[in-house]
Structure formats: C-alpha cells, structure tokens
Design a binder for this molecule. Sequence first.
Ligand SMILES: O=P(O)(O)OC[C@H]1O[C@H](O[C@H]2O[C@H](CO)[C@@H](O)[C@H](O)[C@H]2O)[C@H](O)[C@@H](O)[C@@H]1O
Length: 207
Amino acid sequence: MPPGLITSLQRLQLAADGALAIVSGRPLEQVDHFLAPLRLAAAGVHGVERRSSDGRMTQLPVPSIERLLAHLNPLVAQHAGLLLEVKRGALALHYRRAPALEQACVQAMTAALRQEAGFTLLRGKMVVEAKTADADKGSAIAAFMQEPPFVGRRPVFIGDDITDEAGFAWVQSAGGLGIKVGPGDSQAHARIASAAAVRTMLARILQ
Ligand SMILES: O=P(O)(O)OC[C@H]1O[C@H](O[C@H]2O[C@H](CO)[C@@H](O)[C@H](O)[C@H]2O)[C@H](O)[C@@H](O)[C@@H]1O
C-alpha cells in the first residue's frame, strides 16, 4: 500500500460518517491484510462475502470448484508461469508471468465452465476467472446501499479493472457515479488518469 493511503481511507470513512466500503475480487482476508489495522465495510470475491459497516458477515452460497480445478490443474502443471488462485466460490487463473498463454487460459477456463453450472467467466488484468454467477460488484454495492450508513446516499464507485464494470453499471442506474481509473473501455461516466491521481483526489476531498 502506498504511504499515507490507509490514513487517508480512515479519515475519509470518518468524514463520510462511515459510508465507505471496499469492493474487491480478492477475499476479505486479503483486503484486511492490505489495509491493517483498518477494517472497513468490505465485499470480497466479487460480493460472495460481505462485511457490513457494523461488522456483520454475509456469505452467499457458492457452487463447488472441484470439477473446475480438475479441468484446469493439468494446464497449470505444464506451465510454471501460470498461477491458479483458489477462492471461496471463485477460481482465478493468472497469466501475468506468461502473457503468451492468454488464449490458452481463456479456452481452458471456457471449457472448464462447461463442466459445472453456477459460474460465469470474468476477465481481469492478466487473469481469467470463474466467479459465482449470483455475485458481482454491482449486487454487492446494492446490498450495502440497503444498510446504514449507506442508505439514502448517492453511491460513487471507483475502479480500474473490467471486473468493476458491474459496479459502475449499478451505481449509475441508482443515480450515482462510476469513476474509471486509467485507460480502457468503460461505461463509467467519469474517468481519472491513475491510482496516484485517485490518491491526490482523496487528499483534496479531505482538505
Ligand atoms: O477487484 P480487485 O480488488 O481489483 O481485485 C481483482 C483481482 O486482484 C488480484 O489480481 C490482481 O492482482 C495480482 C497481483 O496482486 C495481479 O497479478 C493480477 O493480474 C491482478 O488481476 C487477485 O489475485 C484476484 O483474485 C482479484 O480478482
């Protein structure tokens, strides 16, 4: 985490009377690890797990990943540059260290998804993921917006990846604003150049 970011997020949470949440594809355990000692309201694994502002946990039911694993393991065993990340209700195949294998990874994941119902394919930065079909970042934000301290607020969602598009779509359908970070196609109505520019924006808001 860049220096000062955790302090900024903590101050922002206080300034917004608690209405700040992290919405991530990572498991909550990882989100908490990155932000420690700060523990924010957060959704992990694209909304499969969610911690409300009062600390209450919600876990969506998820399909089994066993058949997907059995299908993908041989490809991963053949290539040292591939990494298979096992999450509750999702399986992410990372090819960052083997970009030439992108098509092979997409094809293998597409074939694996034919083995098991209840998942959808999600593209990300150098990663292709099988994600629980019933969860996405939009529905995670929608769930937060039903609860204090978010209820009645105008949602603003900031994200830099393809997986954030569901979040942009939902907040904008609810009268809020999606802010895409960096280049790339997006349905977000606003754009900001980089993660560094987001940190500068947050610092200005706090001032
Ligand atoms: O929703 P996010 O918080 O943006 O998380 C999306 C994915 O993040 C992680 O993968 C990303 O970071 C890796 C390095 O830490 C990088 O190698 C990879 O290319 C990125 O996609 C995480 O591992 C995934 O589970 C998340 O879905």
